[in-house]
Design a protein around this ligand. Structure first.
Ligand SMILES: *[C@@H]1O[C@H](CO)[C@@H](O)[C@H](O)[C@H]1NC(C)=O
Ligand SMILES: *[C@@H]1O[C@H](CO)[C@@H](O)[C@H](O)[C@H]1NC(C)=O
Length: 678
């Protein structure tokens, strides 16, 4: 009896072993195109859509793409395509190939945790001939204590018949009365097959052959661990180039498709984000896209280019629920030998997905359909009598709905949904497909300083179009412009962006407008201004050449930096002694910097004005051309000014290292209000 049982066990073990070996064979045998699949095969929507549920896996297959998920944790363990068993890095553990993740903390203990949100329940939500949707949930209760984030998570995956990819979204919910929680980051990460994917495309301009993770491990770490000088890469053309994932960041409005191309077989893997409504921080919030790994990310929010305070903060038992996604993971292939065609095809698919938004196929009632959404329209005008006595149409203005808050609060909002558009030439706008709810209407106008907010709350109801008619933005203005530096557009891009140090270049194939993506530009200030700081003379200097894009410290030793003081010299005539003059400082970024303002006396003990220490957006180190926007106004009495040459001293007084500083967006000096002396 005993012997027979042992015999059975042995048989069982042998069978399991054969199963595992077979599985391994399939995984290893992944770079070959099997029969029945041509490299440029068109999609066959007659192929059946199947769902297979195994003890430890769930597999969705539409004959084009095969998605394998772990059961019940809901991790993405395999993405098969065109006979390739797995385009993810199958040599990684199943828990590290593709996953939703968050970084969270308990605000009391402040310990941060990375969690891949492994679920405990699997459920089939929908299964028809054309549509499969599955759900992986994880629910919190107080017995889990503070080792797990107090959140209910529902991760969904959808596969449609005849569609070359799959969709994923998740619903995060924090119930009333639950413990306080910070969520600092939420995203989906994909780790792709390292032998396949070498070419990365994140925009029309920014696409290239990339180094490998292994190349990075053999390189030299530069000023921080993400930046590596490639000293011995496998592809020698990449030698002596810098690699840093932050070089590939994009603003949400320009980050709707990015991914990787394999040259043999010719396959593309793309992350398509069809809407910005579930992203945080508005249209110009920047974040990572794809980078060395090969890695592709769908980031819903993170503190990048915004700071550690940017995140979902839930306090005092606040109830909160938000849907992230769906995003679309798209796979394509062709037989050509130019990577560009797969990129062009991915862009077309992105346009198709964007047009289909809001999707009508997700099953969750938390994703309203088009007919359950509302719209708003109106026209934005600008009232600035020092530009024009009449109202000016706000051309190409950004205008959007975000949760109620202060002027400009949308740029730090992470909890709600946002809906943005741009006005036309005449200032008209219509925002469609807005979720029901209470919002504020916010905006800004390229070329005009400051932030707009409409005075009343806006209530959006399903199936209705609200109109606000003509609305007027009164930008900050005390008097006529005496001089200005830059363009008020929330970015420092128009200023002088230096060439990188030739020893620290990245061959990004970008044109001059994106030079800011290069590594190490902070130290170029010291190269350009080794002993004396920047002096800008109104009337003769040109901000495109003479105004460095970031107000940083001067490097005086290996780890030693000194504050810098920039000067703006300008001539005045007929100073109105009793008048009030206004200096406007619009900042595009701040990172632990402090700007002190002095007029005509750099040595005055007390500055006329200080921003105090502001900002933690880290845009200087991360090659951003802006972080978060802020605006300061400084008033001077005419008694402080002289007829003839005056000088404003701008001192960045915090000297703790290379990444401390600010970026200006725009500076303006206004004379006294004209009513004053008329
Ligand atoms: C090495 O990279 C260059 C571009 O930097 C590319 O043209 C070339 O094909 C690559 N070589 C290999 C073997 O991938
Ligand atoms: C340079 O790049 C920018 C940003 O991608 C793009 O808008 C512009 O058209 C490009 N200019 C040229 C001359 O290629």
């Amino acid at each position: 009896m005993k012997a027979r049982m042992e015999f059975r066990t042995v048989i069982r073990l042998v069978l399991v072993w054969i199963g595992i070996s077979f599985h391994i064979m399939l995984l290893v045998n992944c770079a070959k195109i099997p029969d029945g699949w041509t490299a440029d095969g068109s999609l066959d929507s007659s192929l059946p859509l199947t769902l297979r549920i195994y003890k430890h896996h769930v597999e969705m297959n539409n004959g084009i793409v095969k998605l394998q998920l772990s059961n019940p944790s809901g991790l993405i363990t395999g993405v098969g395509y065109g006979g390739i068993e797995n385009v993810l890095e199958y040599r990684y553990k199943e828990t590290r190939r593709g996953y939703w993740d968050i970084v969270w903390s308990n605000p009391k203990t402040r310990n941060g945790f990375f969690s891949t949100l492994e679920s405990t329940n699997f459920k089939v939500i929908a299964k028809t001939k054309n549509h499969i949707e599955v759900s992986f949930t994880k629910t919190w209760n107080s017995s889990l204590g503070d080792k797990a984030p107090p959140l209910n998570i529902d991760k969904r995956f959808i596969m449609l018949r005849g569609v070359s990819g799959f969709y994923s979204y998740a619903i995060f919910e924090h119930l009333k009365g639950w413990p306080d929680l910070n969520i600092d980051e939420a995203r989906i990460a994909f780790k792709l097959h390292q032998n396949m994917f070498h070419y990365m495309a994140v925009s029309d301009n920014l696409q290239r052959i990339m180094p490998t993770d292994y190349d990075r491990t053999r390189g030299q770490v530069l000023d921080y661990k993400e930046a590596v000088l490639l000293t011995n890469p496998a592809n020698s053309t990449l030698k002596r180039q810098v690699d840093d994932k932050y070089q590939y960041s994009y603003e949400s409005k320009d980050n709707h498709v990015h991914g990787w191309i394999s040259s043999s077989p010719r396959v593309g893997f793309w992350v398509i984000t069809p809407s910005d409504e579930f992203r945080a921080g508005g249209p110009v919030k920047q974040d990572l896209t794809s980078h060395v790994g090969p890695t592709s990310l769908a980031i819903f929010f993170s503190g990048h280019y915004a700071g550690p305070n940017f995140g979902v903060k839930l306090r005092n038992g606040e109830a909160w629920k938000k849907v992230f996604g769906p995003v679309f993971i798209y796979m394509n292939s062709d037989s050509g030998n130019k990577p560009i065609s797969l990129w062009e095809d991915a862009k077309q698919q992105m346009a198709i997905e964007t047009k289909k938004w809001p999707y009508d196929f997700p099953s969750s009632k938390d994703i309203p359909r088009a007919n359950q959404r509302g719209a708003i329209s109106g026209r934005l005008l600008i009232h600035d009598r020092y530009i024009n006595r009449s109202l000016i149409p706000a051309k190409s203005a950004y205008i959007g709905l975000a949760p109620p808050g202060d002027v400009g609060s949308w740029q730090e909002d992470t909890k709600g949904y946002q809906f943005w558009t741009q006005t036309d030439e005449k200032g008209h706008f219509t925002i469609k497909n807005i979720r029901e709810g209470r919002y504020n209407l916010y905006g800004w106008v390229p070329g005009i300083m400051g932030d707009y907010k409409y005075g009343n709350d806006v209530i959006i109801k399903p199936g209705t179009q609200t109109t606000v008619g003509d609305i007027v933005y009164d930008p900050p203005r005390n008097g006529p412009t005496l001089w200005e530096i830059g363009i008020p557009d929330r970015s420092a891009a128009e200023f002088f962006v230096p060439d990188p140090n030739p020893k620290l270049m990245t061959n990004l194939h970008i044109n001059g407008t994106e030079k800011f993506r290069q590594y190490g530009l902070w130290d170029r200030y010291t190269d350009l201004y080794p002993t004396h700081d920047l002096v800008y003379t109104v009337g003769t200097s040109d901000y495109r050449k003479d105004w460095f894009f970031a107000h940083v410290n001067r490097k005086v030793g290996v780890h030693d930096y000194k504050p810098t003081t920039w000067q703006i010299s300008f001539d005045l005539r007929n100073v109105i002694r009793t008048g009030t003059y206004t200096l406007r400082l619009a900042l595009a970024s701040a990172n632990y910097g402090e700007i002190q303002v002095r007029m005509n006396n750099p040595y005055s003990r007390r500055p006329q004005f200080t921003t105090r220490r502001i900002g933690r957006d880290n845009a200087i180190a991360r090659h951003g051309i802006h972080g978060l926007y802020s605006l300061y106004s400084v008033k001077f009495s005419g008694f402080q000014l002289v007829n003839g040459r005056n000088t404003i001293y701008l001192k960045q007084s915090r000297d703790e290292g290379p990444f401390i500083g600010i970026m200006y967006d725009y500076i303006r000096f206004e004379g006294p209000s004209q009513e004053y002396y008329h």
